[in-house]
Write a protein that binds this ligand. Structure first.
Ligand code: SAM
Length: 233
């Protein structure tokens, strides 16, 4: 009997936003794996720390680079290490910040291991929902549409999203923040824009005035919400 692979969403940062099911699975598995930076920081691990005592831990160290080659090699190596545990009959939970299937690195491991081992995914609260909750703003109502797009998608795709969708969530702003501010102005969406850093965490910051958003590169754990006021019916 092999072990089961769990993809566990640990939510956007506040440990109280783990689901009851995520906690139950974390209590039951002997092994956890999680993405970590080469410097050793691991957001998903920090969020779930209260439930990890006594577990065998496998950090999945990812180089911070745009080149897919070394990143894929990192996932290949992690998949081999995790498969050893599963082959030995031990269940493994892969911790994922937010939701595992929402721009989550778990998708890359699911691709490598999902056909060989039984797999169960526990959804988590994603960053877009956490940011809207932090701002206490409806993301969309009635017939409105939401587009979720990463800042890396390129100017044309971002422009189309801003022109064609009522609401737009732009993830991974980071170094693209100045360019995004220009696109928001150009498409007439500046007044609809909110910028949220570290939603649900102690360092949470919400900037509601467009003019107050710094036109400089920003942090990774941030996003833009562009929201057209909905009907109140
Ligand atoms: C690789 S994606 C992972 C998304 C995650 N799986 C989710 O469900 O939200 C990373 C991006 O998510 C966004 N993000 C994640 N957590 C966040 C938070 N607490 N506050 C603001 N943005 C966050 C940022 O845009 C960040 O660049």
């Amino acid at each position: 009997m092999t072990g089961t692979l769990y993809g566990v969403g640990v939510g956007p940062g506040d440990p109280e936003l783990l689901t009851l099911k995520a906690v139950r699975i974390l209590q039951s598995v002997p092994v956890v794996a999680y993405p970590a930076t080469p410097q050793g920081s691991a957001q998903a691990r920090d969020i779930a720390a209260a439930w990890l005592e006594g577990k065998r831990e496998i950090p999945i160290t990812m180089p911070c680079m745009l080149d897919r080659g070394p990143v894929n090699a990192g996932y290949d190596a992690a998949a081999i290490r995790i498969a050893e545990e599963l082959d030995a009959g031990r269940d493994v939970a892969i911790l994922c910040e937010g939701d595992p299937l929402f721009y989550g690195s778990f998708s890359y491991l699911l691709h490598r291991l999902g056909e060989r081992f039984p797999c169960v995914v526990i959804p988590g609260i994603n960053s877009v929902n956490a940011a809207a909750a932090a701002a206490a703003l409806p993301l969309m109502t009635g017939e409105q549409r939401l587009t979720v797009i990463p800042a890396t998608a390129g100017d044309d795709a971002l422009r189309q999203a801003l022109l064609n969708s009522d609401s737009v969530a732009i993830l991974k702003p980071g170094r693209h923040r100045p360019r995004l501010l220009e696109l928001l102005r150009e498409t007439g969406r500046a007044e609809d824009t909110l910028y949220i850093e570290q939603a649900s965490r102690p360092a949470q910051q919400i900037i509601r005035r467009f003019a107050d958003i710094p036109a400089t590169p920003g942090p990774y754990f941030a996003l833009f919400l562009v929201i057209r006021a909905g009907s109140s019916d």
